[in-house]
Design a protein. Structure first.
Length: 194
């Protein structure tokens, strides 16, 4: 976490409620980490809408800046009253077309992979991401899906998203971030336009 902040990241994601993921952290650990996030850096709780519904006090306890919610969209919209910004994940290439972004503060694009909730490291098709960006406007698009230090600049120039998101592309192994990769990614993203 400190490495990402030091490198100049604007937001940090904390995955909670995905026990099958090597990136998952228990709610208690997420709370500890989120409390260490400095001012002017956003904390994003990456979770399932069902997890939040089963643990109604979780958002109040963790106090994230935003919720990146996987699961039924109708459920996610009901969580607006909790306060944080809502990010709607959308899998590009799954044949679902354009998501209904009403009630969400941003849409995060990711590469579709059957049975997976992101983190595949597979590069998205940028032309589809551009179409998505145009279709959901003025709702901001956060671009993810196979980004790394080598391709993030080109992705930014091609898609012109509001922001970019990375996980797999800066890891030494699943769930373990590589300090040099994090720094190189943030630098490349800033050179690309951020």
């Amino acid at each position: 976490m400190a490495n990402a902040v030091e490198a100049g990241a604007d937001a940090l994601g904390f995955i909670c409620g995905f026990p099958e993921s090597p990136r998952n952290v228990p709610a208690s650990r997420a709370r500890e980490l989120m409390r260490m996030v400095p001012p002017f850096v956003d904390s994003v709780l990456v979770t399932r809408s069902e997890f939040v519904e089963r643990n109604p006090g979780i958002v109040r306890r963790l106090r994230p800046s935003a919720l990146q919610l996987y699961g039924p969209r109708a459920r996610a919209r009901r969580l607006e009253r909790l306060g944080p910004k809502l990010i709607l994940p959308h899998f590009v290439g799954d044949g679902d077309g354009i998501p209904d972004a009403r009630g969400f503060d941003a849409v995060l694009s990711d590469t579709y992979r059957k049975g997976a909730f992101g983190g595949s490291g597979v590069v998205s098709e940028w032309s589809l991401c551009r179409r998505l960006r145009d279709a959901i406007a003025p709702t901001p698009l956060i671009l993810s899906g196979g980004l790394n230090q080598e391709n993030v600049g080109g992705a930014i120039r091609s898609v012109r998203p509001y922001a970019v998101d990375v996980s797999t592309g800066v890891e030494a192994s699943p769930g373990i971030k590589d300090r040099a990769k994090v720094k190189a990614f943030v630098l490349a993203a800033k050179r690309g336009g951020y």
